[in-house]
Design a binder for this molecule. Structure first.
Ligand SMILES: [Fe+2]
Ligand SMILES: [Fe+2]
Length: 377
């Protein structure tokens, strides 16, 4: 190419000088910067619950939250992102950890600019306090601790308690916006009465005369109970007309004052798949991390089969074809967190449906999870 004004040696020198001066030629690099569709290095992956649970439980013998560590958590590390040194990345935006709290323990109050959601996996009798308001947590509940709210956990029950923490670690790091601060005292003062926000907004919505609930964030509810979520899903799945072709019977957790997502930056969804239900494949810009609350089945991601059962976690990378199948005799429930609220706010959310093969992918390989059972007790 070229206009043949300069000699080859002069052109070579031009490029070398430019590189040395930290300047680049867009005519070579445009295709790397402005790609025709999303390019990423997030691989799909799956972790078995038994391995995660055992690693978390063994940490119970090693350290105590509030004494030896801020929190006792083992996190999902996507191997493809570890190659780039991105520690704590499940996807390029999302993090998931498994937190263990033993009876009598507490995790001290702190706050951070990362937003967080919890999903309770096992146990009850522990509470999360958000800005001083306690909410006791049970299996299947989803708890918001929105960005920069003070939060602590305390376990008053008798059995180990496990939950999932979901944070936008990668997003906040990319935006260089991480702040963290421990609370200076031992406990944030207990302010509203226990479960005040849930009581105030269930079975009606009330406020003292003259006090208005302004629309916006954070959501005025922070404990989204499994009792309510499962009721909604049962009602939805009574009619096949309510079936979503890609997500089966699915609900999103919302902020009642805005109608938008419960959390401003992390989307939360629960899907119910009845036995033999097999969704169609689609793909979208937003990425997700899935947790299997109940059931047995598989998800096909870009032609690879990820077999899951109760408690497992798996990664759905951005812009990856995916479909879900319930292979068990019982209903399957998939909880997931995603970065859709961010993509939508930035006008970056696009999707596509899979049209070949009647909308379902051919399985080209089967993912083999690491067998950690041999290593752990
Ligand atoms: Fe936190
Ligand atoms: Fe999807």
């Amino acid at each position: 190419m070229g206009k043949n004004v300069l000699s080859e040696a002069e052109i070579k020198k031009y490029y070398e000088d430019m590189k040395k001066d930290s300047i680049g030629p867009l005519w070579y690099d445009l295709g790397h910067m402005v790609t025709k569709e999303p390019v990423h290095d997030v691989e799909p992956y799956l972790w078995k619950w038994e391995a995660l649970r055992n690693y978390a439980l063994q940490a119970g013998d090693i350290l105590e939250p509030g004494k030896d560590a801020e929190r006792r958590v083992v996190y999902l590390q996507n191997p493809s992102l570890m190659e780039r040194g991105l520690v704590g990345y499940g996807t390029h935006t999302l993090y998931v950890g498994i937190q263990l709290l033993l009876p009598g323990e507490m995790a001290p109050s702190h706050h951070h600019s990362q937003t967080a959601v919890r999903f309770i996996i096992e146990g009850d009798g522990a509470y999360t306090a958000v800005n001083g308001e306690r909410s006791y947590m049970s299996r299947g509940d989803m708890i918001l601790t929105p960005a920069w709210t003070w939060h602590e956990h305390k376990h008053e029950g008798t059995e180990p308690m496990f939950w999932m923490d979901g944070l936008d670690v990668g997003l906040v790091r990319t935006l260089a916006a991480s702040y963290f601060e421990p609370y200076e005292g031992d406990f944030y003062p207990e302010e509203p009465p226990e479960n005040y926000s849930t009581k105030k907004l269930s079975g009606g919505a009330f406020a003292p005369i003259g006090e208005k609930q302004e629309p916006g964030y954070p959501s005025p509810i922070f404990n989204y109970t499994w009792e309510r979520a499962s009721y909604e899903l049962d009602k939805l799945s009574e009619s096949p007309d309510n079936e979503n072709p890609f997500d089966a019977y699915a609900i999103e957790y919302i902020n009642p004052t805005t109608g938008g997502p419960a959390d401003a930056r992390i989307g939360t969804m629960m899907q119910k798949l009845v036995p033999d239900q097999h969704t169609k494949a689609h793909r979208h810009v937003h990425s997700a991390i899935y947790h299997v609350l109940e059931g047995e089945g598989y998800t096909v991601i870009d032609g690879q089969k990820f077999e899951w059962s109760k408690g497992d976690f798996f990664i759905l990378p951005p812009w990856s074809w995916h479909e879900h199948v319930n292979e068990g005799a019982e209903d399957a429930y998939l909880f997931s967190i995603n970065d859709k609220p961010v993509m939508e706010k930035l006008d970056l959310e696009f999707g596509e449906t899979y049209s070949d093969n009647d909308g379902q992918q051919k399985i080209e390989k089967v993912f083999e999870p690491v067998d950690e059972t041999v290593k752990t007790k």
